[in-house]
Design a protein around this ligand. Sequence first.
Ligand code: SF4
Length: 142
Amino acid sequence: MRVLISSCLLGMKTRYDGRDKKYDISFLPAGAEIIPFCPEVEAGLGIPREPIELVLQGDDCIRVLGRESRKEFTEVLEMCCLKKIRELRKEGVDYIVLKSRSPSCGTETPLHDYEGNEIGVAQGIWARIIAEELPDVPCKTV
Ligand code: SF4
């Protein structure tokens, strides 16, 4: 069984602040092959890095912007995530575990207006691409 997991849940210090979010993954079957993946690090955003957030543009366009700089990271993250999807399709993946509330990995992440006000929730960019591209792979958010 191949399991893709948000790297920070495995204790890898990939978060924007250089910390991890280690989570007990003993619920996974013994012998599962673990595939760590952090879209933000893989996309070259660095550690530490400016926190990013989901920002609603117009009626239904969600962008990923730096919290302070408002620099746009949408395309670079999308490209990195789609590359990983191609790899996963080729090598196989049976189960996915994602970190909640992340603008990349979270399934119900705070959504902001351009001024930074919280206006709802939305899927993180990686979570959305997984739902679109790998709809049959079971996915758990923790
Ligand atoms: S992008 Fe995902 S894997 Fe990377 S630190 Fe954030 S929640 Fe963890």
